[in-house]
Design a protein around this ligand. Structure first.
Ligand code: FE2
Ligand code: FE2
Length: 314
């Protein structure tokens, strides 16, 4: 990864045709490799695969669960980009959303739109390669669970606030995704090709992070205080939505590798603990929450209380 920093990333956005992975990176082709790095996904990020009950089933079970976690990551990426981020980027790009943005910032949103559509396509392409290569049939839901949670949040919110809630969700996801990707591509046990695909994505996302950090810095102070308070109170729900765990799908995968219902329940309860989940979430959102803190978001009692109520730190 090249050196990063706001100035460097602004430069990369300006010279997007020379730097975006769409223009600079070849198609990654999954091939058999010899060597130590043989995992399809990071073991540290797949706690159910490391459970002692899975080890008793033999290495194929753990392997299949890591492949499933990679499918989940790719599905999540394809849906997040295609169903949410491109929609908001397009509205920013044509000035329907934040119409006061300078034309240069609108053009940048259009570049992000294209990047995200490309990331979605790469996720689908790579998922198909993983299937052909691993012969593990994907066990994934019709759509990732975060989409339903996001829909529910928007359905229950006052209609006038929904566009801002969607934009806020994109600010959150775009400012935290680079860190979550880094945890995967820096894992030396993961297959080089998988790491390359995820590193390519992270390279673009570092540029998007800079864009959405600056956008938030311009947007938030323009909002009336009452709207800051109403909107900011959604932040904890939106963070939880992004990291929502799909327990039924995890259970289905555990049954698929050979556990019975009681064993699958035990693995879920012992591996997907609330405490570990909260810790992961706190680490992943560190940079996003720092941005919010710098803008005084948590000085509103309503927002602070919303975090307290959901047991999230800020
Ligand atoms: Fe992306
Ligand atoms: Fe992005």
């Amino acid at each position: 990864m090249p050196r990063t920093g706001p100035k460097r990333e602004d430069e990369l956005m300006r010279h997007w045709r020379r730097h975006a992975t769409l223009h600079t990176t070849p198609r990654r082709v999954l091939e058999p490799v010899e060597g130590a790095a043989t995992l399809y996904y990071s073991r540290d990020l797949t706690p159910i695969a490391a459970h002692p009950l899975i080890e008793t089933l033999g290495p194929a079970a753990g392997h299949a669960l890591l492949v499933q976690e990679l499918y989940a990551h790719l599905e999540f990426t394809a849906h997040l980009e295609h169903r949410v981020v491109t929609q908001v980027a397009w509205e920013l790009g044509i000035g329907r959303m934040l119409p006061w943005q300078q034309v240069g910032h609108r053009l940048d949103a259009n570049k992000i739109y294209v990047d995200e559509a490309y990331h979605s396509m790469v996720a689908v392409d790579f998922g198909q390669q993983v299937h052909a290569h691993s012969l593990v049939a994907p066990c994934v839901p019709a759509e990732p669970v975060f989409l339903d949670r996001l829909r529910t949040i928007c359905d229950r919110a006052p209609a006038a606030l929904v566009p801002d809630i969607r934009l806020l969700f994109v600010v959150i996801s775009e400012t935290l995704i680079t860190e979550t990707l880094r945890q995967i591509y820096t894992d030396a046990e993961v297959l080089p090709c998988v790491r390359a695909v995820i590193r390519d994505h992270a390279k673009d996302e570092a540029v998007h992070r800079a864009y959405f950090s600056r956008l938030f810095t311009r947007w938030w102070p323009r909002l009336p205080v009452a709207e800051q308070q109403r909107l900011g109170a959604y932040i904890p729900q939106l963070i939880e939505c992004y990291f929502a765990i799909d327990v039924p799908t995890s259970r289905a995968r555990l049954l698929e590798v050979g556990l019975d219902g009681c064993q699958a329940q035990a693995v879920i309860e012992e591996s997907l603990s609330e405490h570990a989940h909260r810790e992961r979430l706190a680490t992943a959102t560190e940079g996003t929450l720092r941005l919010f803190r710098e803008l005084g978001v948590f000085e509103h009692a309503q927002i602070h209380d919303a975090f307290e109520r959901r047991g999230l730190t800020h």
